[in-house]
Design a binder for this molecule. Structure first.
Ligand SMILES: Cc1cc2nc3c(=O)[nH]c(=O)nc-3n(C[C@H](O)[C@H](O)[C@H](O)COP(=O)(O)OP(=O)(O)OC[C@H]3O[C@@H](n4cnc5c(N)ncnc54)[C@H](O)[C@@H]3O)c2cc1C
Length: 362
């Protein structure tokens, strides 16, 4: 595959670069300020035509090939702008499992950023073993009533809607009794409590308590018991580096760290440079496969594992070059520790690779 820009891609890149030169500096890139203004950033990107590039036009996307998302990620990194808000996994979940009515009602607001979303899967006793979740949704006339406790719910403080997994049937095998809902976050019976991260960020995620919250029955995504299928789609897409699009950002950070050196590079930085280049080439290979129509399954776990290694290598390199002197780099080191947990831990990715790709009995 020829990775040089086509004339259309070059024109798109130039337009984006010009827009970023005007706009990027107005938005914070880290800390609580970043999270507080992430919605505004999302809407600005969308309004300028640079968000939702590869999603269907009928839901407000531009239906362009996935390479345009990579161009956006590259240019945002070059400009020092905040990253592209990552919600492709939710778009995929609703796009693949939701009815036409639910897609038409909810996808446009999700894509253009006027309605904010969170993902209510994990619970204090159900993370890796998601099928053991205990939040319940009980039918009451035309509604379901929800009780339970979700945790590590990213964006829960600002979310209008939650893609929620809840148990609707406890008589069947565990993963067959789970259903998915689109539940309003701003209603009586939903309480959100923020959680502070080691990096100092307090606005990224929280715990959510559901105590008698209500959801219309027609906001169930799919049929009763289909929640597990939706969950597998969502977590599968959470694991793709091309969706998360951080490869260009890591490369830039490594170059910035190298520029700070006045002696030989520490081993950690050299290793981060090798890993970053590996990820860049890997993302391109995945992109090329996508353009050939290859649909990914369990190999998303390889992507997630590779991205975690790279993120944490870059975090170690930052620590080796600047120590604890630079609060922003220290924050990115701390955040890199979360990469081997969020979206499914590294151990779970290895289990999936062993059982579903290598065919080993796990
Ligand atoms: C920054 C961040 C954002 C997140 N955002 C969200 C969100 O928006 N929505 C949401 O629902 N969740 C979210 N999560 C939660 C995340 O999905 C879970 O933390 C993750 O799935 C792990 O679950 P757990 O924390 O319960 O750990 P556990 O499952 O309790 O795991 C503890 C340890 O045991 C290991 N382990 C567990 N089972 C096995 C096994 N079978 N084989 C080998 N080792 C095993 C794990 O690898 C881990 O090291 C987020 C997490 C983070 C860190």
């Amino acid at each position: 595959m020829d990775f040089r820009d086509s004339p259309q891609e070059a024109e798109f890149r130039a337009r984006l670069r010009a827009w970023l030169a005007e706009t990027a500096g107005r938005f914070p890139t880290s800390g609580d300020e970043y999270w507080a203004r992430q919605g505004e950033w999302h809407q600005a990107l969308y309004a300028a035509g640079f968000f939702g590039s590869s999603w269907p036009k009928e839901f407000g996307g531009h239906e362009l090939p996935p390479v345009y998302d990579v161009i956006v990620d590259e240019e945002l990194a070059i400009a020092g702008a905040p990253p592209r808000p990552s919600l492709g996994y939710l778009v995929q979940g609703l796009g693949r499992h939701g009815s036409k009515e639910l897609q038409q009602r909810f996808l446009p607001g999700m894509i253009n950023g006027t309605e904010r979303w969170c993902q209510g899967f994990s619970e204090p006793g159900a993370g890796s073993d998601l099928a053991s979740l205990t939040t319940t949704a009980t039918r009451d006339g035309d509604e379901y009533v929800v009780h339970g406790h979700k945790i590590w719910t990213s964006y829960s403080d600002v979310a209008d809607w939650c893609l929620l997994l809840a148990r609707t049937d406890s008589e069947v095998p565990r993963h067959k009794g789970i259903s998915a809902f689109i539940i309003a976050m701003k209603q009586p019976g939903v309480e959100q409590r923020p959680l502070q991260m080691i990096s100092g960020v307090t606005r990224e995620f929280g715990q959510v308590h559901f105590d008698g919250a209500r959801v219309p029955a027609d906001q169930m995504v799919g049929a009763p018991g289909d929640g597990w299928k939706l969950a597998m789609t969502v977590v599968g897409h959470e694991r793709e580096p091309s969706t998360l699009g951080y490869a260009a950002r890591y490369g830039k950070l490594v170059r910035q760290l190298a520029a700070r050196l006045d002696g030989p590079a520490p081993d950690d930085l050299a290793w981060a440079a090798v890993q970053t280049e590996m990820l860049r080439l890997h993302v391109r290979r995945r992109l090329s496969e996508q353009l050939d129509g290859v649909v990914h399954g369990p190999d998303g776990s390889l992507d997630k594992l590779l991205m975690t290694w790279v993120d944490q290598s870059v975090g170690h390199a930052a620590l080796a070059v600047t120590g604890t002197a630079d609060p922003e780099l220290l924050g990115s080191y701390f955040y890199s520790r979360a990469q081997s947990v969020m979206g499914g831990t590294s151990q779970i990715q290895k289990n999936i690779i062993a059982s579903r790709i290598l065919g080993l009995g796990v």
